[in-house]
Design a protein around this ligand. Sequence first.
Ligand SMILES: Nc1ncnc2c1ncn2[C@@H]1O[C@H](COP(=O)(O)OP(=O)(O)O)[C@@H](O)[C@H]1O
Ligand SMILES: [Mg+2]
Length: 601
Amino acid sequence: MSVSGVEGEERSDFSAAESKQIRARSLSLLGSLLRPVRWRVIGAMLIVVLSTAAQVAGPALIAFGIDRGLPALLKQDWVPLAASGAIYLITGLIGAGLIAWYTIMSARISQGVLIDLRKRVFLHTQRLSLEFHESYTSGRIISRQTSDLDAIRELLDEGINQLVQGLLYMSFTAIFLFALDGTSGLVLFGSLVPLLILTRWFQVRSQALFRQSRVASASLIVQFVETMTGIRAVKAFRAEKRNERVFGGLVEDYRKVNGRVIQLFGIFDPGLVLIGNVAVAVVLLIGAFRVADGQLAIGALLAALLYTRRFFDPMEEMAMFYNSYQSAAAALEKISGVLEEHPGVPDPVAPVDLWTARGQVAFDQVTFAYQSDRVILPRFDLTIPAGQTIALVGSTGAGKSTLAKLMARFYDPSDGRVSLDGVDLRDLHPKDLRRAIVMVTQEAYLFSGSVADNIAIGKPDATPAEIVRAARAVGAHEFIEGLPSGYDTDVNKRGGRVSAGQRQLISFARAFLADPAVLILDEATSSLDIPSERLVQQALQTLLADRTAVIIAHRLSTVAIADRVLVMERGRIVEDGTPADLIAGTGRFAQLHAAWRESLV
Ligand SMILES: Nc1ncnc2c1ncn2[C@@H]1O[C@H](COP(=O)(O)OP(=O)(O)O)[C@@H](O)[C@H]1O
Ligand SMILES: [Mg+2]
């Protein structure tokens, strides 16, 4: 896994080489996004050049109308005035039409790019392995898909438009002004000096502030998401007060930094207006003397004033470009970081198809560590014949779930191999792997949708009859029938809320419908109520019949249905035998079992 995406997202202590690599990574992402729309981009550029030229032609046409049209009209010749009026109108219309065209075109381009990027981020994040998701917090994942994409949308929809249109507008204005009256052009040129100084000052200050503002708003989102994700723990431990303090502090930081941004604008905006007004005053003063001397026509002076006045219009929005560019660049860096993450469990290059799995699972000399400095499973060997039901017991932290995750290929072993029917899991076609091995955990997650939809996740093309049969098999049918709309009840709607135990039954039905050759239940019976113990046993027996099964359970009663019990401690199997043998012996399982029997009476 590459470091970039998993490290703190607001890291700023990158070395020069790292920064260069990150920039290259975002640029190549940008390139890959723009390549499919490059012709449309070129077309849009041509249109915007034409439309800006049409817009800027206005004052020159007014000058022509006044300086040529008016004197001619006084001599009864109305042609020049009518011509300049007509041309003014036509360029206005053409300009408006072109702007409309450009707006639609650029919106199409930016929406296309965004859809592309949004899909890529979603599909890629979904494809990344558990290893990634366990270290990349949900708050950060949400930021990638929301605020980061928003920053890029803002740049594409507004920032770039404003920059391109603004630059073209100012250039054309300057060119027209110079062509019309060089002296006024020089005055405008002179005003560029304070303008550049002011803009530079604004950029430097605002860059730092906007970065702080982004960090502050990201912290807000992360804090919010984490609090709400862990809302049960928050309530259970009365952590509201503490969270209120933390959140209050973050909100205050955000407010402060935004206040400083506003202050900055409080200087920049009036500064721009001042420079513009001074430039207009100087053009007027110098121009008026030249008009009086007869060196400059009155219409030309009017046009020069209009040009000078308008020249500064796009400045404020253009100054903002830098900020939207900065946040979009930061967003692109983070998104490209996620997109560059490689799944920790890559798909095989030459997948082996395993049409019908029998279900023999073997661990050969497997060593596994989540982090290389702490080995969880040291050299592990285990063969589970097809069809065997295994009960895996051991104290918390012994490595039971880790073993289960290796079997389901949520992780790959650091050394050695895990195989199904002799095929290394790493070579197995992903579709075969998912069909052959299913793991049900305590989590029993339900997606929004109906109960039937949730069961059908096990087999997307299942018929309603198959879904009902699966629910009956695991003893879930009765309670589902009792829900407000039976199988069509929405699990996220009021009334459709099901208990943790019922969720587990639904996930059993899902697994039954999936009909895998190997089924792993990791603490999956823990929420089922004790009174339904017998039902649970029956459900389990139906669920486990004819397949290889590994049950990890606290409840020793579930062990009774196993063919073989494995006792695990510190990543090793310390006992291995039939339930009867182990109970008869003097080992750890016999002790556990005796203690459990006593607790029952
Ligand atoms: N995602 C993970 N990253 C690092 N260490 C982990 C991770 N998951 C589990 N561990 C460690 O691996 C050991 C075994 O955990 P686990 O297999 O969940 O135990 P069990 O299911 O038997 O309670 C524990 O010491 C735990 O701290
Ligand atoms: Mg566990």
